[in-house]
Design a protein around this ligand. Sequence first.
Ligand code: UD1
Ligand code: CA
Length: 487
Amino acid sequence: MSQPHLRTVVVLAAGEGKRMKSALPKVLHPLLGRTLLGHVLAAAAPLAADRTVVVVGHGADQVRGHLAEVAPEATPVLQERQLGTGHAVRIALDAVPEVTGTVVVINGDVPLLRPETVAALVEAHEGAGAAATVLAAEVPDPTGLGRIVRDADGRLAQIVEERDATPEQRALREINAGIYAFDVARLRDALGKLSTDNDQGEEYLTDVFGLLRDAGEPVAVHCAPDHVETLGCNDRVELAGLRRLLRDRVNEGWMRTGVSILDPHTTWIDVTVRVERDAVIDQNTQLQGATVVGAGAIVGPDTTLIDTTVGEGASVVRSHATGAEVGPRATVGPFAYLRPAAKLAEKAKVGTFVEVKNSEVGPGAKVPHLSYVGDATIGARANIGAATIFVNYDGVKKSRTVVGEAAFVGCDTSLIAPVEVGAGAYIAAGSAISQDVPPGALGVTRAPQRAIEGWVARKRAGTVSAEAAERAREGASGEAGAASEGD
Ligand code: UD1
Ligand code: CA
């Protein structure tokens, strides 16, 4: 007990998950910011295992690729044919013959499992010096799950799969969650004795418990504090149910740290997101990936933020952002679209129907309406008029536009990159600017206005426009006549 135990984690992830009806292996289905497998690995992370082995089979290449991204320290071990959970663990342990101490085995499809629960299971197991300990839970509906069968003294007798169970055993509601701690030496020994004498003709890991007990080894049951943690995922309906449960858990967590979530049922926050105090998340909002929402910021309603940082006191209303940075006290939306590398400095404004990509909008600068800002640097306090387009693409390459500090760009301007508008320069509304405008100059490209008198009467005779023009002309001459008469 005094010696620290070496620990190895084995995650079983070789199954196909037939009922998911998917080209994607079951364990790679996403759930609020991580895959099912990612959640399981995160639950095991605080064990600080010396080795993590993931048994792969169906979609092995995809699962290996995912592991390389999210858990490069884990060792994938191939189980070519899925001959049962016992077979899977045997193959995993064959790949790490040197390990001693405790082996924690976790089914790859229990994403709601909490790290505290895994840690408590392992501590109970090691503390008791058990040969094997299973995590169990009382569930309302045990259909399809292995049952914990206890003896007259209430001790674990065996774990029986539903299809092999007697009617009395089927009536038990205490189930095997599919999470275990084992003493590796005794586990190896028992795995060597597994039979395939069961309804599926597979090697069941669960049979290890009966074998160890019959050999006089101490086996134990550890009860999960909340059966919800042990819920597995077999089809997409169950996956949606797990997603709702995790959503509620995540939202509750943030509310308890001082975040206001106005409608928790329509707010979906990935487990990878961070939200600071006094932020307000309004309804129908999704916060995803590496998103961070700063203190006192307002996000939503109807907003999706992916890998986006929102500064303190900023607001993002009815908008979509991905890979963007919104500075402190900046305002975004309603109906804005921020794309990767859109960087809004402090108090910048990006307003209605504005799209920003790979651009810096300086402190206090404003792009209030109907604009596209691509590959631009906009200086502090510059004002970009409605319907300004940063023309960044000539059909072959993209170029940058620089707008200086406190420049004023009139409405309906095209800034044709590469081009620079100097500090404090003005651009006349309706211009197409393709040459640099010096600081403080007025840039203007409008053709002089002409009025071709009588054009509508000649070219559009008989239209409502021609009639209206005629009435206006008569009215004007009548008024002119009356005025001269009265003079
Ligand atoms: C298993 C347990 C059952 C428990 C349930 C909890 C066994 C025999 N039964 O049943 O008592 O109540 O989990 O969810 O263990 N896998 C492999 N290789 C294989 C077979 C399975 O890697 O050859 C993986 C699967 O991908 C899955 C996990 O092991 O992640 C569990 O397998 P599954 O077939 O889902 O077992 P259950 O029938 O659910
Ligand atoms: Ca299962």
